[in-house]
Structures are given as C-alpha cells and as structure tokens.
Ligand binder design. Sequence first.
Ligand SMILES: [Zn+2]
Length: 282
Amino acid sequence: MTDAPPDAALRRAVRPVIAYPDDTLPRPDLALYRQARAGAIKTGEVLVPPRDAACFEVPAGQFFRITSVEGPQVGDLNLWNRDDLSERFYSGKTRALHGTHLVTGDRMWSSFPSLRPMATITEDTLGWYGFDDDGGSVHDVIGTRCDPYTGALLSGTQYHHCCHSNLTRALADHTGLGLAAAELHVHDVLNVFMCTGFTRDTGQYFMKASPVRPGDYLEFFAEIDLIGALSACPGGDCSAEHSSDTAACYPMLVEIFAPAPGALGDWASPPVNSYDRSHGRG
Ligand SMILES: [Zn+2]
C-alpha cells in the first residue's frame, strides 16, 4: 500500500463530471416510432434454443422484439450491419454514452469509423426495475459475453455452449463463413434481461437472478439494415453460474415487425459518422 498524501481527502472530494454529456446527442423520435409500430405487422420469428444462438435479419425501419418464454432466461445480443460485418455493435462506447444499463430511448451504437445508431430501444417491460439496493440493473453493456477461453484460463475447462461459441456457430451458419472467420466478428454484447452491477466495496462485476418473467420483452427499432444474433446464455437467469450445463435454461423468442408503407414519413437511416478520418495527417 502507498501512503496517502496530506490532501487526500480534498483530492477525493472533487466533484465528478459526466464524461460524455448527452445533451447534444441526437434524440430518437420515439413518438414517430411508436406511431409506426402501432400499425406494424409481424413478418417473421425465430425461436432461440436454450444454450444455443440464432441469427435474424431486420431491415432498416422495422422492429424486433426479444421475449422471455417458458422461464427466466438472459440473452446475449450481437448486431452487425447486414451489408458490412465490420460495422458492429460497440458495447464500450454505448456504455460511455448512455451508462452501464440501457433503457427505453437509448441506442445501440456501432463501431468506428461509423459510430452511428444501429438500433433504438422502444419498449421495455422491465423498465420499472431501475437500480436495486445492490446497485444492480438490467440490460447491461458492462459484461462481455461468457466464453470458453476465460473458462479454460480460470478452471481448465473445455465448454462449448458459452454465448461466444453459440454466437460464432449462429453467424457461421447464417453467413456461410467458416467457424474461425465467423468468430472474429463476434463482439461484446448487450446483456438482454441480465441483472448486473459492480460491488460497491471491491468494484467487482456481479450478477443476480434476472427479474425477467415469461411474457416480458425488450423491443428495438432497426436504424440500419441489421443481422442480429441472440444467444440464450447457459447461465439461464444467471442466478448462480454460467459456462456450464448446470443452470435451468429456456428458449427466447425473436419477432420481426414491419410498419405500414409510409408510416415513417421522411425518416431515413442515420448517416455514418462525420469525422473526416484524416487523423491529423494532411
Ligand atoms: Zn452467456
């Protein structure tokens, strides 16, 4: 341990400032989205098997809903630009812009150099949860995704149904890429329905049983043409452990909804980021 300087208390008492004030962040027109959603018709669905993943496509301007069915289950969500897999969900920047857990009206932002909204959360039946007394909340962008490498590192296991592997298989099957190529496109996730936080004393990432119940859903508006992949995590409701076949696991339902033609007026997909990419060189 190092010795604290005489002015340690003063230094600690400095007021925090919000790193990325969001008052200039472009706001979604939720009223327009909801009006369009009211007249939308269902165009497809995918049932994600437990301890496995599935891909789905959502055209820009349509909606997708992830619903808990049969039992409490958390899901790990990846998103890609349908026409360019190198543009993918950027969990870390989304966290910097919106905070540790996403709520209605927040966006899922894409990787550099595009950095634009890929999807906007339009409905959340767990919106009532807020932050609990442990500092936990739902739908985090702080976890990564459960993966076999960390299991091998910590306990020497070879487990093949972590979300990372599930997402890899699903993307490989959907795109025709080989496993090794598909794996490189899998990225840190939005933890749908998962209840997580950091312990106040040690700052460690924790999870607790998800408050999700069958019928609960999280719904998104696709801002660009998307490929999504959802893994029904082997952790089930993540009340105890993941990276094994121990937990009770349930399927998850993904449904796609298309608004009526013209329902979005002159809405258009957001353009890619306006930075000129010269990086200080001429
Ligand atoms: Zn998982």
